[in-house]
Design a protein around this ligand. Structure first.
Ligand code: NAD
Length: 360
């Protein structure tokens, strides 16, 4: 297969972790007979330094022409970097918002996996962490409260702020379809999270999810109120496979799920549109405090590349090979500094990439 991938190394540790993810992808391509063409584009601070803006129209056109985008991370030290003296629309993060909009990325996927070998980093009780968990939070990204009409008014001398939460059935249906499609590639269970006991938007959400579920008879669907879900994530995270939810609930729950894994350098993510196209990136930022030291953990980016193979190219066997290499490297005792513990062997970013590529 020919894979046409645009890479956004970005800022801080971005270039280091993308380099290692490419190394692992190249090992996959070699083993399974694929041809990968990469094109790097600039975004964030790296683009500001060269073009004066965080994302150019040419870079957007390149991204649109690709099959998928693999990103490191963008941004600098928000207190000291001159990028943050610029007006907001010229700062690094504006590039991220612009590319998400230009590529119509409405579905955000954040896996939260607790590896047996890293169970010690999990802040939950031992009897919960030893059971492990492997869930995927699927969050609607372009609707709901964050995109509704908002205003602040003053009525009779009292200030009042109004935000509106709107979803139409088409917005719900397209994310629900994505959620069920993803569940079909996993343990075939969808937990749809809402607040249907209070909100009309949640009642419509639940109705549409049930309609979509009829097309996926193999998938078990359950509905859970968001407050209960927040509790269940710390009480019994192993019960979840795909959590399907709207924008604000997903924002909060995905951070909660990430935290219970305890390892920021291990968390991948993807943002998809309604074709197979996606932008894949680690959940963490550009870590300017450790940039250029060759100590960053590249695994979140490597796992993002695995998601890319699985969800944009339907190369499940190849994605499984990457996931297995990650498990193997942990089992063999290798750790970057962020996940280091006990008698493990500490390695840098480059060496971790080498170890992963060797295990493909
Ligand atoms: P961060 O995630 O970059 O770093 C938080 C802490 O985790 C730091 O101590 C860092 O060294 C560590 N860390 C993060 N990733 C690591 C890795 N792979 N290996 C080892 N350690 C790692 O968050 P921050 O410091 O709040 O943000 C730094 C910059 O990143 C800011 O400019 C922020 O806006 C940007 N950011 C970008 C994205 C994105 O590109 N999607 C996301 C979040 C933050």
């Amino acid at each position: 297969m020919n894979l046409n991938i645009v890479c956004i190394p970005g800022d801080g540790i971005g270039p280091e972790i993308v380099r290692e993810a490419k190394k692992v992808l190249d090992a996959v391509a070699k083993k399974y007979g694929h041809v990968i063409t990469y094109k790097d584009i600039l975004m964030g601070g790296a683009s500001i330094d060269v073009h004066g803006v965080p994302l150019t129209d040419e870079a957007i056109a390149d991204a649109k022409a690709a099959d998928a985008v693999l990103m490191g991370s963008i941004g600098g030290n928000t207190s000291t970097s001159p990028w943050y003296q610029l007006e907001p629309k010229l700062r690094p993060e504006a590039g991220l918002l612009a590319i998400r909009k230009a590529l119509n990325l409405f579905a955000n996927l954040r896996p939260a996996v607790l590896y047996e070998e890293l169970a010690g980093a999990c802040p939950l009780k031992e009897e919960i962490s030893t059971a492990g968990f492997d869930m995927m939070i699927m969050r609607e990204l372009t609707g709901g409260l964050y995109f509704g009409e908002r205003k602040t008014v003053e009525e009779n001398g009292v200030r009042k702020a109004i935000d509106t939460l709107t979803y139409d059935e088409n917005e719900i249906r397209r994310i629900a379809i994505k959620g069920f499609d993803i569940a079909m590639k996993r343990k075939k269970k969808v937990t749809s999270v809402d607040k249907a006991n209070v909100l009309d938007s949640s009642r419509l959400w639940r109705t549409v999810v049930n309609e979509v579920a009829k097309d996926y008879p193999e998938v078990t669907v359950e509905h859970m109120l968001v407050d209960n879900c927040a509790m269940q994530l710390v009480k019994d995270p192993a019960q979840f496979d795909v959590i399907l939810t709207e924008n604000m609930f997903g924002d909060i729950l995905s951070d909660e799920a990430s935290m219970v894994t305890g390892s920021i350098g291990m968390l991948a993510s993807a943002s998809l549109n309604d074709s197979k196209f996606g932008l894949y990136e680690p959940s963490h930022g550009s870590a300017p405090d450790i940039a250029g030291k060759d100590i960053a953990n590249p695994i979140a980016t490597v796992l993002s590349a695995s998601m890319m193979l699985r969800y944009s190219f339907d190369l499940d066997r190849e994605a499984d090979a990457i996931d297995a290499a990650v498990k193997q490297v942990l089992e063999d005792g290798y750790r970057t500094i962020d996940i280091m513990s006990g008698n493990s062997i500490q390695v840098g970013c480059t060496q971790m990439g080498d170890l992963l590529a060797e295990r493909i």
